[in-house]
Design a binder for this molecule. Structure first.
Ligand SMILES: Nc1nc2c(c(=O)[nH]1)N[C@H]1C(S)=C(S)[C@@H](COP(=O)(O)O)O[C@H]1N2
Ligand SMILES: [Mo]
Length: 545
């Protein structure tokens, strides 16, 4: 038990001090974060799909919790080993240092400074381990192992002679008077030792807490919240057309037409959100261009801005899932920027790069065709939230986020699909990924219990860049009934739909399918999100009473 506590206390001190060091060198160097980010980058696709499906937007918390649980386990083992022989404990710590350093160096844009938090933490853990092990040995000279009670009465049978202890490089030999021979002296020393142990333990815990809490506070200085609050977005040169009356149906529980920013889904590979201040932000256009260009944020805001409504969908959205949102975006059209740079013939891909190391490939043709493919700076009338790419991100209608929607974007490189593969393409996802037509039942909720009679069945359907032409509902695999559609705000946004069901009592299954404006109806065949988006009909089972 003593060993477990020693190890966990030393680990807590390490994490606290590492947090404090990270407050100086930058948040991504904090070892748990560095290890987590590296795990994300190394995670095979099936595990990632599992995590997204089962933890939803809590996948990051789940990962961090997992790392902390594993860390605590290893720390306990190190503590137990250290009480037996301090060298074993220190060797265990060295392994940790290795993992932390490797993870920190593996981060995108890693500098030598990013290994400092891990090294500082491990150095403090080594010190804490030495002091705590020495205190345990002074307090319980007889047992020396995991079976020794941490506090309370001496081991049954009274104090035992020192020489039962296995030989080892115990530091306590330096402090314990070797001439002590009487049993009384022995007992006095032990009770003194126990007091020292308590002090050492409490001291380590206090150090861990103080360093961790102040580190946390200091990390706040990396926040760009205040620069974001100062951003004033100019009025658009091209306004989005007014949303037609009847775009929003009044059905309780139905997804609103515009997704408020705080409830907009978030998908990215970051455990720590990039904090990019607009003063330091630059966008560069390079690669296969006649004239490489770069702009500051102020220069970007001085260009004519376009406002447009676009529904953004994640390729990881499963049938019936919630990784889709609709917003009014404000930004600079990409096409004129590319034309200004002069795209050289043969370039078919814009490879966009973010400060977090994400790379995303988008077809040049799509960008040139779409005047509303943007470098966005505004979302629903606000500067982009930090989680959604502040100060600037890409938004392109009709393409899944992983091939279009680069957040915290800083570079656009004109290249070819043959020559360069983006982050998710390297991991097996499709290089070209238009958003598939999808429809979702929002109400009634799955497994809901509803009263027999008129029941409003309602949801949303999307086919961005094609538009939704029809939505149909079927009960218990019966005939398809045409739902009524809300007014369309354009082809790039989702459409609400509703169908009045005369529900008989019993257990029933409702299914939905949509048809896009090209006349293509969603196929019933189920496909998983990997490698180019889920397909199939959403369904819910409800009890009618
Ligand atoms: N820099 C960066 N941009 C990114 C990602 C990312 O991991 N890093 N994820 C992409 C994916 S997979 C999607 S679906 C969208 C999600 O955008 P949102 O979080 O604003 O909803 O962002 C895209 N842009
Ligand atoms: Mo995504």
């Amino acid at each position: 038990m003593a060993g477990v506590l020693v190890g966990v206390l030393a680990a807590a001190a390490a994490l606290g001090v590492a947090e404090l060091a990270a407050a100086v060198t930058g948040p991504q160097g904090a070892p748990v974060i560095a290890v987590g980010e590296t795990a994300i980058n190394l995670t095979p696709i099936p595990v990632k799909e599992f995590a997204i499906a089962h933890f939803g937007s809590h996948d990051k918390e789940a990962l961090l919790t997992g790392i902390v649980v594993m860390l605590t386990g290893f720390a306990a083992l190190i503590g137990i080993a250290a009480v037996r022989r301090i060298g074993y404990g220190l060797a265990g710590l060295a392994v940790f240092a290795g993992i932390g350093v490797a993870a920190a160096l593996n981060l995108s844009g890693a500098t030598a400074a990013d290994v400092v938090p891990t090294l500082a933490g491990v150095a403090v853990a080594a010190g804490a381990l030495i002091v705590l092990v020495r205190s345990v040995r002074d307090a319980f000279p007889a047992g020396g192992g995991a079976a020794v009670p941490l506090a309370g009465s001496p081991p049954a049978g009274g104090p035992e002679p020192h020489d039962v202890l296995p030989d080892g490089p115990y530091l306590d030999d330096l402090v314990r008077p070797s001439e002590s021979d009487g049993a009384g002296d022995e007992a006095a020393l032990e009770s003194l030792g126990r007091r020292r142990l308590l002090i050492a333990g409490a001291g380590t815990a206090a150090l861990a807490a103080a360093a961790g809490v102040s580190g946390d506070k200091l990390l706040g200085r990396f926040s760009v919240a205040s620069s974001r609050a100062q951003v004033r977005l100019p009025a658009p040169a091209v306004r989005a057309p007014a949303v037609p009356a009847g775009t929003e149906l009044r059905v309780p529980g139905l997804t609103p037409f515009f997704t408020p920013n705080p409830s907009f889904y978030r998908v990215d590979t970051d455990l720590v959100l990039p904090q990019i201040s607009p003063e330091n932000w630059m966008l560069t256009i390079d690669g296969m261009v006649a004239r490489p260009l770069s702009f500051s944020f102020a220069e970007l805001l001085a260009m004519p801005l376009t406002e447009t409504d676009i529904t953004l969908v994640c390729v990881s959205n499963s049938v019936g899932g919630t990784y889709a949102g609709n917003a009014r975006w404000l930004g600079v059209p990409l096409a004129p920027l590319l034309r200004k740079a002069g795209v050289r013939s043969g370039a078919d891909q814009v490879l966009s790069t973010s400060t977090d190391g994400m790379t995303i490939s988008t077809p040049v043709a799509t960008i040139l065709e779409r005047p509303d493919a943007l470098i966005a700076v505004g979302m629903n009338g606000q500067p982009l939230p930090v989680a959604h790419g502040f100060p600037a991100r890409m938004v392109v209608p009709g393409l899944y986020g992983y091939v279009s929607a680069t957040k915290w974007v800083t570079k656009l490189t004109l290249t070819t699909f043959a020559r360069q593969r983006a982050y998710w393409t390297q991991r097996g996802y499709a290089a070209q990924a238009p958003i598939k037509t999808e429809s979702r039942i929002d109400v009634p909720r799955p497994l809901a219990s509803v009263k027999a009679g008129q029941v409003a069945v309602a949801g949303v359907a999307w086919a961005p860049s094609r538009g939704i032409a029809a939505v149909e509902v079927s009960v218990d695999n019966g005939p398809w009934h045409e739902a009524s559609l809300a007014a369309a705000d354009g082809i790039d946004t989702w459409r609400q739909w509703t169908w009045a069901w005369d529900a008989p009592s019993g257990l029933h299954q409702l299914q939905v399918r949509a048809t896009d404006s090209t006349g293509a109806t969603q196929p019933s065949a189920r496909a998983q999100p990997f490698p180019n988006g889920a397909s199939g009909w959403d369904s819910v089972v409800v009890t009618v009473t």
